[in-house]
Write a protein that binds this ligand. Structure first.
Ligand code: ADP
Ligand code: MG
Length: 556
């Protein structure tokens, strides 16, 4: 057996502890949710491992989480009979910054930003939140595949050091005991703990049990406190909006209510259930352009949690979607590698895409305010789909909104259908301009001729737009073209005027070409302009100047 010892926290852990305890103070009750969520993860892991190794459940097959309190000792304990940890795992998981979420949290929070509870929820800095209310935390744990004598006790006051000690642990799993700070007595009350369990953890899929009270004192008998049902397996008619919202929050990573959801059961040669949510706000990660670790879409097989599988179940451009997919017909012992090649999964994946696009379309049609919220948060992410998902290109394009010379100023509210609907008879092109910002687009001299002729131009100024329209050459049978490129739509009279003007200006053009030399491809008389004397134009296959600049900045 390894000896007892004292170790220092990794420097970063100390930093996280400091940040968490100071910034979470106004939401300190979430420690319970975080500890229960860890306990639930541990039960999920054991249930999954026990598929291949049923003996791991020996003698204790009912996975559950117990929350108890001791008024005299001033402690609250959360214990689970899940997978547990061995000594190395304890060191790796709760002595260092194991979870990449925590590391990103640290990076995010140590900048100018002020830590806020909303963000912390997304990063799942889970375990360390115990120190918001406790001045000492004791963890006793034994991994399910180890004998009783190989338990580990971990203890810390959260100030920089922790101790490790081998102990006997008759029961597998983990107990986390919080020794409450002097002014945290509210958590020593049964009704308070129970109401927090119902508030934050009602939809955890395992029973969360609390002691039966007698004469205001906890007894040794436990009773279940939460709903503990797999919500998605119930018929829709039995699920209230509150249930759906509560379940969304139990998925973690977001304190806010979801914007909308879609819940469906597919029966047939392959049966599965999907419950998919649109968040109301982008997670911190998405705002940072991060896409490495996508969380929040959980794959279950016959109600057994298998893994976070956002990448396997949804294309990248829908990475903001959260929820659950429960498949009946996948092998339970599926690995990520197998999953990636599984044909059945492709069908589930395209069903998920369809459901999400249906949902967004429904918002656009019936709930413009919600749609606007969605679009502000995720419109630019959705645009990636135009390039990424050829099969759904037209559907996605239909959902996009732009600023326009006939729109609401900088507001992005004009759809391609709006544009096409008010095209003049005979117009066969959807015109757009791309620029660095709304003002640059709206003020561009390129628009002069279009204004003079009363032709609407979409004003695109998000970074991704230039790339996105590169994959969208047509919509509803109309070509999309950049106003800066190629020839303008001219009628016969215009053409004649242009020819005459070109003749008249020949000496000037020759002189300008000589002066500008290699710096330009050509100098032409143009019908583009009505007020400005000159502008830069692009040939059909040239890159827009601001994009060329972006690429140069990126070192290409
Ligand atoms: P996260 O849950 O996001 O990974 P936490 O700080 O909440 O981050 O937990 C850190 C890690 O500690 C977990 O990933 C897990 O490996 C381990 N852990 C925490 N609580 C338990 C528990 N009750 N049983 C087993 N492992 C646990
Ligand atoms: Mg956690």
């Amino acid at each position: 057996n390894a000896p007892a010892e004292t170790r220092k926290f990794e420097a970063e852990v100390a930093q996280v502890l400091h940040l968490v305890t100071h910034s979470l103070y106004s939401h300190k009750e979430i420690f319970l949710r975080e500890l229960i969520s860890n306990a639930s993860d541990a039960c999920d892991k054991l249930r999954f491992e026990s598929i291949a190794h049923p003996e791991l459940l020996a003698g204790d097959g009912e996975l559950h989480i117990d929350v108890s309190w001791d008024e005299a000792a001033r402690t609250v304990t959360v214990r689970d009979n899940g997978i547990g940890m061995n000594r190395d795992e304890v060191v790796a998981n709760i002595g260092t910054i194991a979870s990449s979420g925590t590391r990103r949290f640290l990076e995010a929070m140590s900048g100018e930003q002020k830590a806020d509870a909303r963000l912390i929820g997304q990063f799942g800095v889970g375990f360390y939140s115990a120190f918001v209310v406790a001045d000492k935390v004791t963890v006793v744990t034994r991994r399910a595949d180890l004998p009783e004598g190989e338990g580990v006790k971990w203890e810390s006051d959260g100030k920089g050091e922790y101790s490790l000690e081998p102990v006997d642990a008759p029961q597998r799993g983990t107990s986390v005991t919080l020794h409450l700070k002097a002014d945290e007595d509210e958590f020593l009350k049964g009704w308070q703990l129970k109401s927090l369990i119902r508030k934050y953890s009602d939809h955890v899929a395992f029973p969360i049990r609390t002691p039966v009270e007698k004469d205001g004192q906890p007894t040794d008998e436990f009773e279940s406190t939460n709903a503990a049902s797999a919500l998605w397996t119930k018929p829709k008619s039995e699920i209230s909006d509150e249930d759906y919202i509560g379940f969304y929050k139990s998925l973690g990573h977001d304190f806010n209510d979801p914007l909308a959801w879609t819940h469906n059961r597919v029966e047939g040669s392959q049966s599965f259930t999907t419950l998919l949510y649109l968040p109301a706000q982008p997670p911190f990660d998405l705002m940072m352009g991060g896409r490495d670790e996508r969380k929040g879409l959980k794959l279950y097989i016959k109600r057994v949690f298998i893994m976070d599988a956002a990448e396997e179940l949804l294309p990248n451009y829908l990475r903001f979607v959260r929820g659950v997919v429960d498949a009946d017909d996948l092998p339970l012992n599926v690995s990520r590698e197998i999953l990636q090649q599984n044909r059945n999964l492709d069908r589930i994946k395209s069903a998920c895409v369809k459901r999400v696009l249906d949902l967004i379309e429904k918002l656009a049609r019936d709930e413009p305010e919600k749609f606007a919220t969605f679009y502000k948060a995720f419109g630019n992410t959705l645009k990636e789909g135009v390039a990424e998902d050829g099969a759904n290109r037209e559907r996605i394009a239909k959902l996009l909104r732009f600023a326009s010379t006939r729109g609401d100023g900088a507001e992005q509210t004009v759809s391609l259908d709006d544009y096409v609907g008010r095209m003049a008879v005979g117009q066969d092109t959807i015109w757009y301009i791309t620029a660095d910002g709304y003002a640059a687009a709206a003020g561009s001299p390129q628009l002069e001729a279009f204004k003079a002729k009363g032709i609407e131009v979409l004003l695109m100024s998000d970074r991704i737009d230039e790339w996105m329209v590169g994959s969208l050459s047509e919509y509803a049978g109309k070509k999309l073209r950049n106003v800066a490129k190629g020839e303008l739509p001219l009628d016969e009279a215009d053409k004649q005027k242009q020819e005459e003007a070109t003749k008249a200006a020949e000496p000037l053009l020759a002189k300008l070409k000589e002066l500008l030399g290699d710096r330009v491809g050509d100098v032409k008389v143009s019908a583009r302009l009505t007020d400005s004397p000159s502008c830069l134009a692009l040939s059909d296959y040239e890159m827009a100047p601001h994009l060329a600049r972006l690429l140069r900045e990126a070192g290409h």
